[in-house]
Design a protein around this ligand. Structure first.
Ligand code: ADP
Ligand code: MG
Length: 240
């Protein structure tokens, strides 16, 4: 579903992605972890071309992402992206936030968009918040709206960049629960997170990055219990 072939990226002189090779299968759940500044956000932002690359190729469901001829709007419509910050429109209701892209990008009728938006709000446990404004919701609820907004586009892939890092501890669980449910539906997911419990429960693979490189990959239990590199072991000891 997602393929990185010798991907290299620089920010000026900083080699931020160094020969990344990676294959993510349909339905696979990949957790990416690593120290701050190791290139995790940059890696997933390249998947829907929020960032350009200088060398190599990324192919999403057969589409060469960084090819000039690639239709970006169509590509991004198929890839849901959930950020650390929720990026909801404060002047629009929850329902309007979730309906926006289906109407504007998928060109759905308002009635169809409302139907799918309500379905997705139910899926994230927020049926009764459709008429509320983002400012009236807790952080955990806002992040669940952001997930519903991504799902309303019926994406092929969901990308998450530290989705629980901005949340108060008591709200992390409700967001992770929604993500776990998504896994059971077979969604292809790429999740930057340090939530080890989540990774152990649902990840097919954990990928550890440091200084722009993939240093180690493995099954979650193998990775966390028996890391193969000093860098990974050191990192794991710090997040425990
Ligand atoms: P992570 O998500 O693992 O914390 P990032 O992918 O955000 O790491 O950043 C990797 C490196 O690239 C860091 O050194 C960061 O400072 C740098 N970086 C990120 N975005 C930019 C940018 N737009 N311009 C210049 N440097 C950047
Ligand atoms: Mg980051």
């Amino acid at each position: 579903m997602i393929e990185f072939k010798q991907v290299n990226k620089w920010f000026g002189k900083l080699h931020v992605l160094n020969d990344i090779n990676l294959d993510i299968a349909p339905g696979e759940v990949l957790v990416i972890c690593g120290p701050s500044g190791s290139g995790k956000s940059t890696l997933i932002r390249c998947i829907n071309r929020l960032e350009p690359i200088q060398k190599g190729q990324i192919i999403v469901d057969g589409v060469p992402v960084h090819d000039k001829a690639t239709n970006l709007t169509k590509l991004r419509a198929d890839i849901g992206f959930v950020f650390q910050q929720f990026h909801l429109y404060p002047h629009m209701t929850v329902l309007q936030n979730v309906m926006l892209a289906p109407v504007n990008v998928r060109k759905m009728s308002t009635a169809d968009a409302e139907k799918i938006a309500r379905e997705k709000l139910t899926q994230v446990g927020l049926t009764d918040k459709a008429g509320a404004y983002p400012g009236q919701l807790s952080g955990g609820q806002q992040q669940r709206v952001a997930i519903a907004r991504g799902l309303a586009m019926t994406p092929k892939i969901m990308l998450f960049d530290e989705p629980t890092s901005a949340l108060d501890p008591e709200m992390i669980g409700e967001v992770l629960d929604v993500m776990v449910n998504l896994v059971s539906e077979g969604m292809t997911m790429c999740v930057v997170t340090h939530e080890m419990g989540f990774a152990r429960k649902v990840a097919d693979r954990v990928l550890f990055m440091d200084m722009g490189k993939i240093v180690e990959t493995g099954k979650p239990d193998e990775f966390f219990d028996n890391p193969q590199t000093h860098r990974a072991a050191d990192f794991i000891s710090k997040i425990l």
